[in-house]
Structure formats: C-alpha cells, structure tokens
Design a protein around this ligand. Structure first.
Ligand SMILES: [Mg+2]
Length: 242
C-alpha cells in the first residue's frame, strides 16, 4: 500500500526546461558574433556538466558556466556589458512565472488527505523555495526536500529521517535518472511521467534500465486512477492470500 508520494518539481509539477532552453537560446544569440550557435551550445553543455560538482544544479550554476564559456570562447574579448546581459538572463529565469503543467492542480488536490505528499527536488534552495511558494501548491505538501542530487543514498536518508517505509513510498517524476532509477534500485516504487523534452544530463544508459519494470504515465492526470488500481490490486492480493 502506498501511503506517501514524493513529487519531483521541475518539469513534473511546472515547466522548467522551457525556461532554461529560452535562456540558452538568448545566450547563443549574444555570442553569435563570436561563434556559431552549435559550437557555443556544445561548449556550454560541457561546462555545465564539468561544473555541476562545483556549483550544483540550477540557475546560478548555469550562469557561471555561461560566463566561463563566454570568456573562453572569446579568448577574454567578451565585454562587461555582455557579461551583464548574461546576468540579466539569470535574473529573467529566476523571475519567470511558475507555469504549472496541465492537470497538476487537480491531480494534487485529489490526493490531499489520502496520501502524505512531499516535494523532492534538486536545484538552488532559494529558487526552489520561491517557486513552491509561487506555485500555489505549497499548502498541499507536508514536506519539501531540496537536495543537491537524487541518489540512492539521498532517498534512503530521507526515508529514515521522515520515517517512511520504502514499500509504502511512491516517487513521481520526469527523470528516469533522478526520480525513477535510484528509487527502484532501493526497492521502492516510482512512476515516470516524461516531459516534452529531456535535459541531456538526465539521459540514462539503457543498460541500467534492463530488467526493471518502469511504470510510465502520459500525464499526471492519470496518477489518481493508477493509484486506485494499485491499491485495488494490493487488496485483491491480500484477499487471495488470506
Ligand atoms: Mg524534473
């Protein structure tokens, strides 16, 4: 029986990748007079990956990688005013409206009172806290956990701090790498709801998924029904073994 549901936030509850893609596209425009956009993108992606271990996930980390890449690609010729524009992109990202995915409010409201609901998200602490506040969903979540990464250890430590039995937990999210794989690996439950685009860093080696049964839904709207079926099946199983 599922009693606790953990929701990923970015691209599960609200649009996020769109905001990042739009900032990256402005950035490529800014550097267009120095280099072609594909090359800029490739170098920026490499810097982002390289820097995650220093700066973490989120807007601030991306911004530092943008500045670093701009300095590198222009061999130091980037102007102060252009750096200022990059910082402007970051500010726009932080101020972007929290745009919920379709069906999110209804889906969450329908689960309140039936399950213990949590948000488990990566990213900048301040940014994620304000997004949860601005989303209008904050009151529905009993607990919000903002983590630097979503690994097996991170989930296990959360379960012990929050007194969650792993069999009774369900993680819902758009990332196989962060929301599904580590959760299944520790013997808990997960549902994958793919987003319209996938951040290259969240791609998973298919070998790691081999043999795992991934539950996948097209939309969060299907979650309530999926949970009802799951509890019916669990009840049926208990009857048949009684
Ligand atoms: Mg996500």
């Amino acid at each position: 029986m599922i009693t606790t549901i953990g929701f990923d936030a970015d691209d599960t509850l609200w649009h996020n990748e769109r905001v990042f893609l739009s900032a990256k596209s402005k950035y490529k425009g800014l550097l267009a007079r120095y280099h072609d956009p594909e090359w800029v993108e490739e170098r920026l992606d490499a810097a982002e990956i390289r820097n995650i271990k220093h700066f973490g996930y989120g807007i601030k980390g991306l911004t530092l990688s943008m500045i670093e890449t701009a300095v590198e690609l222009t061999e130091g010729r980037i102007k102060g005013s252009e750096i200022n524009e990059i910082i402007g992109f970051a500010r726009e990202m932080l101020e972007a409206p929290v745009d919920l995915l379709e069906g999110v409010s209804e889906a969450i409201e329908a689960l309140v009172g039936k399950y213990r609901l949590m948000v488990i998200t990566k990213g900048d602490l301040f940014d994620q806290e304000t997004k949860i506040a601005r989303s209008g969903l904050g009151e529905y979540f009993e607990h919000v956990e903002i983590v630097s990464d979503k690994t097996r250890n991170v989930y296990e430590s959360l379960f012990s701090r929050q007194a969650i039995a792993k069999e009774e937990f369900l993680m819902v999210g758009n990332s196989l790498k962060s929301d599904v794989l580590p959760v299944l690996q520790i013997g808990s439950n997960a549902v994958h709801i793919p987003y319209e685009t996938e951040w290259f860093h969240e791609k998973v080696d298919p070998v790691l998924l081999y043999g795992l049964e991934i539950e996948s839904l097209e939309s969060i709207r299907e979650l309530g029904k999926w949970l009802d079926n799951k509890s019916k099946n669990a009840a049926g199983y208990e009857d048949s073994t009684a």
